[in-house]
Design a protein around this ligand. Structure first.
Ligand SMILES: NC(=O)c1ccc[n+]([C@@H]2O[C@H](COP(=O)([O-])OP(=O)(O)OC[C@H]3O[C@@H](n4cnc5c(N)ncnc54)[C@H](OP(=O)(O)O)[C@@H]3O)[C@@H](O)[C@H]2O)c1
Length: 273
């Protein structure tokens, strides 16, 4: 039975992929950072452990525990747990930007580096990175998140070249809007971390918050998380997994347009979103 470690399984894509792969016969280690979520996942029959990407000891402990249960083997890693820190670039403190990178990049990197020796030893492995369309193009007020996903793309492109011939495959998944708790979690980070009242964008921030309160986060072309699960399955089971998987129409559109348009023309288009 192929085993897979997944981060961020409390909700959204991680939860859907954990359930989907479990049903498909994988041995899924569905990790989450809160004990109550681990208990909930265990209750529904998943093998679940604590893993907080902001905490090196927690990452090491989860990997040790999983390897102890699998006789030192792990078929795949799905790096998924992350959050989006909204706010204009000039409103991001050093701590806020660092926190975004701690979770979305440094934790993923640390976990990947713990798993790679295991994969090298067993002679095969799959690493799947849940990036974003915002790893391909940038949107206003998403600077911290854009930067973390651009950095992930760069690190993964390098690692793919370094892993050539190792029989360890690394794939990036680039979803556009997916149904999950991502936007709700982002609003909480926005309120906690951004000094709204002293920002030059104060009015825009209030308008956006009011709109979200009134309409909820309605984003066109949103797909359910099963759309990501489909690509994860291909990356796990294809003899030749792809370096990149696009998910949702906006990713196909902007993946194409960023090659076609000048930076100025692309900016004009993106700033309308
Ligand atoms: N939804 C989208 O539109 C979309 C689009 C493109 C890419 N993505 C990517 O998809 C991935 C999953 O997001 P989602 O859409 O499923 O959102 P979500 O429902 O908010 O799920 C995010 C998961 O990450 C976990 N997480 C946050 N901080 C963590 C930490 N320090 N350690 C471990 N886990 C942590 C969350 O746990 P808690 O519940 O404890 O916070 C949650 O389980 C992310 O990498 C995101 O960038 C999402």
């Amino acid at each position: 039975m192929n085993s897979i470690l997944i981060t961020g399984c409390s909700s959204g894509i991680g939860l859907c992929v954990a359930r989907g792969l479990h049903a498909r016969g994988y041995r899924v280690f569905a990790t989450a950072r809160k004990p109550e979520d681990v208990a909930r996942l265990q209750k529904e029959g998943l093998e679940s452990l604590l893993l907080d990407l902001d905490d090196s000891a927690s990452i090491q402990h989860a990997v040790d525990e999983i390897l102890a249960r699998t006789d030192g083997k792990l078929y795949a890693l799905f790096n998924n747990g992350a959050y989006g820190q909204p706010g204009a670039v000039e409103d991001l403190s050093r701590d806020t930007l660092r926190a975004q990178f701690e979770t979305n990049l440094f934790g993923w990197h640390e976990l990947t580096c713990l798993v790679l020796p295991v994969m090298r030893k067993q002679g095969h492995g799959r690493i799947i990175q849940n990036s974003s369309v915002l790893g391909l193009v940038a949107l206003k007020f998403r600077g911290a998140y854009n930067a973390s996903k651009y950095a992930l793309e760069g690190l993964s492109d390098t690692l793919r070249q370094e892993l050539e011939g190792s029989n360890i495959h690394i794939s990036l998944i680039e979803p556009g809007p997916i149904e999950s708790r991502f936007r709700a979690n982002g609003v909480a980070h926005f309120k906690n971390r951004i000094d709204i009242e002293h920002s030059p964008f104060r009015e825009q921030y209030h308008k956006t918050l009011n709109r979200l309160r009134a309409e909820g986060p309605v984003v066109p072309f949103t797909l359910p998380p099963e759309a990501v699960l489909k690509k994860v399955i291909h990356a796990l089971e294809s003899p030749r997994p792809k370096p990149r998987y696009y998910v949702t129409f906006p990713t196909y559109l902007f993946g194409y347009l960023r090659r076609l348009l000048s930076s100025r023309a692309l900016d004009r288009l993106l700033s309308k979103i």
